[in-house]
Design a protein around this ligand. Structure first.
Ligand code: UGA
Length: 445
């Protein structure tokens, strides 16, 4: 099928590339000329494993192209996807400016009947407004129907998720339009759920809010485990084996970040307020998460009394591994608090340093190599569980630090990993066995 995608951000680009991979002819449209120039040269503006390779393959096969021009991009297309950003506005609500601009442009430029497919995460009722806007701006005697098709991709594994997702949700109040989107997606071989427009819009928010709740819940149990000598990993395994609970998204740590959970939970609270509904539970989830981000700073203060003048290396700055995305990353809150406490902060990330420089306090110093960060530090904080960081931190701390102390916000190591190392190790939700003899005993159990 001939498809146009508006927006070459994270969602739009991955969607466009994957739709071309299953055989559709895709044109990606973006108003940013520099981005389009880069994409035409085969350079992806975001770091996502496997994306550039797939982009190149489909461009060469003639199934994928890029343009800034709506007239060219929308010509003859049977489906037009809206995949533009819905950033958080000052009051927490989703800012729909880009979605509505896209809807107007679609109306002004289509020359045949189309299905408008919304991928962007939008508040309940937005798609009906999108249809009104498209129809109000039509130049020709054509028609548009809307379908909500939310995305469930995770940054860092978006390509993998596109081909192995759990479900594809297609929400429409117009059967024919829904059928077309079902046909587009059929080659993915993923179960398709057909719903009403409003339900599909709600499913996206409910899924992200539920996952955020699961993370905040396990983090609270982790905090309690620390105070009761329980071990959060054993607890998570024990509850996760109950299939009603499920074993995924039960990793305790320093909270969730990124462009989705923080933004979508805030937006859902706002949607609730607009309907005079007090979403108590979700508000608590958000506040637990805010507090959790700086748990390592509190642990370090407890350990040292003061952090004034301490040289602290932050290993991993991105909100999670395999991405250069710094949005709502825990490292931002951690660096701010440490600087306020008077610590000297050294930052290291394998990929996200350039983006980190834009959002972390200017006092942070950056290094290009993990060993440099560890050599310069008196204390190490692990904030993102990049493979390189997990593999090298213990070895280098042991080699280069006089009295190695590692605060691990992502629980990267077990007692076995630490059994023979004289490293003081403080992690999340686990009995803090710092003494090497005790650790050997614990590892042997
Ligand atoms: C999330 C959802 O997982 C996707 O399904 C959804 O499509 C996407 O938002 C979106 O709305 O666009 P993403 O934000 O890319 O995806 O990343 P996740 O892998 O879900 O991680 C989010 C945060 O939760 C990270 O900071 C991660 O470290 C944290 N997390 C995740 C935990 O602290 N514990 C866990 O067990 C899992």
């Amino acid at each position: 099928m001939k498809i146009a995608i508006i927006g070459t951000g994270y969602v739009g680009l991955v969607t466009g590339v994957c739709l071309s991979e299953i055989g559709h002819e895709v044109t990606c449209i973006d108003i940013n000329p520099e981005k389009i120039e880069q994409l035409k040269k085969g350079i992806s503006p975001i770091y996502e494993p496997g994306l550039e390779e797939l982009m190149e393959k489909n461009r060469e096969a003639g199934r994928l192209d890029f343009t800034t021009n709506y007239i060219i991009g929308l010509k003859d297309k049977e489906a037009v996807y809206i995949a533009v950003g819905t950033p958080q506005s000052e009051d927490g609500a989703a800012d729909l400016t880009y979605v509505f601009n896209a809807a107007r442009s679609i109306g002004q430029n289509i020359t045949r009947d189309v299905v408008v497919v919304t991928k962007s995460t939008v508040p309940i009722g937005t798609n009906a407004k999108v249809r009104q806007l498209v129809m109000a701006n039509l130049q020709d005697n054509v028609c548009a129907e809307v379908v909500s098709n939310p995305e469930f991709l995770r940054e860092g594994s978006a390509i993998e998720d596109s081909f192995n997702g759990d479900r594809i949700v297609i929400g429409s109040d117009h059967k024919g339009a829904g059928d077309i989107v079902a046909e587009i997606n059929e080659p993915f071989g993923i179960p398709i759920l057909r719903t009403s427009l409003h339900s599909a819009e709600m499913i996206k928010y409910a899924a992200n809010a539920f996952l955020a709740t699961k993370i905040s819940f396990i983090n609270e149990i982790a905090n309690l485990s620390e105070r009761t000598n329980a071990n959060i990993e054993e607890v998570a395994r024990g509850i996760g084996m109950d299939t009603r609970i499920g074993n995924k998204f039960l990793n305790a740590g320093i909270g969730y970040g990124g462009s989705c959970f923080p933004k979508d939970t805030q937006a859902l609270v706002k949607i609730s307020e607009e309907r005079d509904y007090d979403f108590h539970l979700l508000k608590s989830v958000i506040s637990v998460n805010e507090n959790q981000k700086t748990a390592l700073v509190r642990k370090a203060k407890e350990r040292f009394g003061t952090l004034h003048g301490k040289k602290i290396a932050l290993l991993g700055l991105a909100f999670k591994p395999e991405t250069d995305d710094m949005r709502e990353a825990a490292s931002i809150s951690v660096a701010r608090e440490l600087i306020e406490e008077g610590a000297e902060v050294i930052g290291y990330d394998p990929i996200a340093t350039e983006n980190a420089k834009k959002v972390l306090p200017e006092e942070v110093q950056y290094v290009d190599q993990i060993e440099e960060a560890i050599k310069q530090a008196e204390v190490v904080f692990i904030l993102t569980e990049w493979k390189e960081i997990v593999e090298k931190t213990l070895i280098f701390s042991n080699l280069f630090m006089e009295k190695p102390i590692v605060f691990d916000g992502r629980n990267c190591y077990s007692n076995e990993d630490l059994a023979n190392l004289e490293i003081e190790y403080i992690s999340m939700g686990r009995d803090q066995v710092t003494n090497v003899q005790e650790r050997r005993v614990a590892a042997a159990i």
